[in-house]
Design a protein. Structure first.
Length: 256
């Protein structure tokens, strides 16, 4: 069994793979002060609640964009699973080539997304990851990670809207009942939803102009499913895409 952890700025997404099948998935808050034992106890309890065997874990792979939690997670893997984790970075054997001005700058989650998008859909492919930020990760037809586009995230935008105005309320990101809002909440909801759909489609349209009309697009991340309902270019949603990318990377490195 493979334990895969995707450490983002807001959340840690955890997947347990039994072969190619994901046997368990969980999402925890990214807490910078969490110790190795706290991480270990949390994951051990998740396994127990899901009736999964902790002893069956024979590999641990981690993508992290939060360096402060790397050492506690490494210690957790060694102490609770007796495994040396594989941390994904630009030097890892990915199966794709990185063409970036400074490859060290590319987030491990973006690399995992690129690997998964290319393995599942071929290239050229754009993975739209809706997390703390909205990332577009682009892999060419011949398997080259070209880079992408990084935009402010939905939660970040909602918080900024409320913080910088005196009377606008906090709202959830959801599909509005109608385009033209007849009250403040409805107006904000419509602006957020169609604003982000329009931004995503606009960027993808420009990418199609540069890379060709055969560009494949797939969404992942928390609000990805909502976006696919109205998007012109993103019609496929893969909630576990980043975790699957980590599985692909693990299998490649285990075999090499």
């Amino acid at each position: 069994m493979l334990l895969a952890l995707d450490v983002g700025n807001s959340n840690v997404t955890i997947g347990a793979f039994d072969g190619e099948k994901i046997a368990g998935r969980w999402r925890l808050r990214t807490i910078h002060e969490q110790t190795a034992d706290e991480w270990g106890i949390l994951i051990r309890n998740l396994f127990s609640l899901s009736s999964l065997d902790l002893a069956a874990v024979d590999g641990v792979i981690i993508s992290s964009v939060v360096p402060v939690v790397d050492q506690p997670l490494e210690a957790m893997a060694e102490r609770y699973f007796h495994r040396q984790p594989l941390f994904v970075n630009y030097a890892t054997n990915l199966g794709i080539t990185i063409r970036y001005d400074n490859p060290r700058e590319v987030g491990a989650d973006r690399l995992a997304n690129g690997v998964a998008g290319y393995r599942k859909l071929g290239g050229p492919v754009a993975v739209v990851d809706l997390g703390t930020t909205i990332n577009f990760d682009i892999v060419s037809a011949d398997g080259v990670f070209l880079g992408g586009v990084i935009c402010p995230g939905i939660g970040m935008s909602i918080s900024g809207l409320v913080a910088r105005t005196a009377r606008l309320p906090m709202v959830d990101f959801r599909e509005p009942e109608k385009l033209i809002g007849s009250n403040t909440v409805g107006s904000i909801t419509s602006g957020l939803y169609y604003g982000f759909v329009g931004m995503i489609d606009g960027i993808l349209e420009r990418l199609r102009g540069e890379l060709g009309g055969n560009l494949q697009s797939v969404a992942t991340g928390g609000q990805g499913q909502l976006i696919t309902r109205a998007s012109r270019w993103v019609t496929r949603y893969e909630p576990d895409l980043t975790l699957e990318g980590l599985r692909f990377i693990w299998e490649r490195n285990r075999a090499s």
